[in-house]
Design a protein around this ligand. Sequence first.
Ligand code: ADP
Length: 401
Amino acid sequence: MSEQDLVLVLNCGSSSVKAAVMDVAEKEVLMSCLAEKVGNTDAFITFKINGEKHKHALTGSHDHVAAVMALLEQLKDLGLYDRVKAIGHRVVHGGERFTQSTVITPEVMRDIEACIVLAPLHNPAHILGIQAAQQAFPDLPQVAVFDTAFHQTMPPHAYHYAIPSTLYTRYGVRRYGAHGTSYRYVAQETAAFLKRDINEMSMVIAHLGNGASITAVKNGRSQDTSMGLTPLEGLVMGTRCGDIDPSIFSFLAANAKMSIEQITEMLNKESGLLGLSNLSNDCRMLEEAAANGHKGAELALDVFAYRLAKYVGGMMVACGSLDALVFTGGIGENSTMMREKVVNYLNVFGLILDHDANMEACFGTPGVISTADSKASVMVIPTNEELMIAQDTARLTGMHL
Ligand code: ADP
């Protein structure tokens, strides 16, 4: 094993801590872990080392500090502790304040706190995680990498809602987007794969995981994206509805006697593929069920594909031209069926799928999946948000690679 400096990447949720120790130069994860039920007495942490999983109870305070301390002990046991030179944190919301990744200072912490109103479930957990890491690794520089930052290049006509503008100026109601770290990584990789200059390319990238969104990237900059003030807007997702008529709120309040909280919960957790199919939020499972004649699964996949294809058309408008349509995320990287359905809708724009190439680009293999006469390249590029966070962290802390 080389003796390269390492970056610790942390992604802290309210009851979870996800971590990866990365060798940035080799683009390699040396160890990863996931702490679950953080904050509860039955909290536990699972380490993945050399492909093997080891599960331990989280003792002591059972909180984010306990999780990060358990990680620190594991790093010492593995002889990696002294090689970790910086920590990179995933932060969901950076509002309009953060347009790029940044070294964490007391002022940056205050600004992340100020964004809590925009991400009330996520930013408080990130703050706990950053504080825990500062306590456990007081001498290491820490970097925040924001999901929203990449989309701060969107022009006003793309990020404004057509509602009274005072709601924007007073409360910050606008479109912020998400998955920015993934888009930045995939845009770079797409250009590199095609051996082209990212600054002279128009791409539409669809990040399709449990959460799903699509972004127009022109000359390396986000022009528009499908998620909005929150991740609920846009595409059909695993359990989120994506775009709906906002009047559904008052309609359901009046007719189904549902509260705002109940409707919000239903739209976020019981809708999307799950709600349409009445079966599952999992695309792979729905594909199997549809193949066996399950009508709900078929409908769910059809609505997902149709909405996505319509959005590709919209994002082409945002780019003004198209060099590459790129699929990424668990569904984008693996579902040959979903890619086929979507690209078939896009024949109208001259995009044509190469059936064999589509079947080959799966399970982490990138590739061009369109025919030579397709008007633009259709591609599969696996995402790697952790590597992007680690690369930013190494760059911003002047790490010697
Ligand atoms: P997350 O947003 O949680 O990171 P992922 O990017 O891992 O999610 O994507 C999860 C989705 O990818 C699930 O809907 C899963 O069914 C889908 N998926 C993974 N592998 C396949 C496959 N071979 N075929 C179809 N869908 C797949």
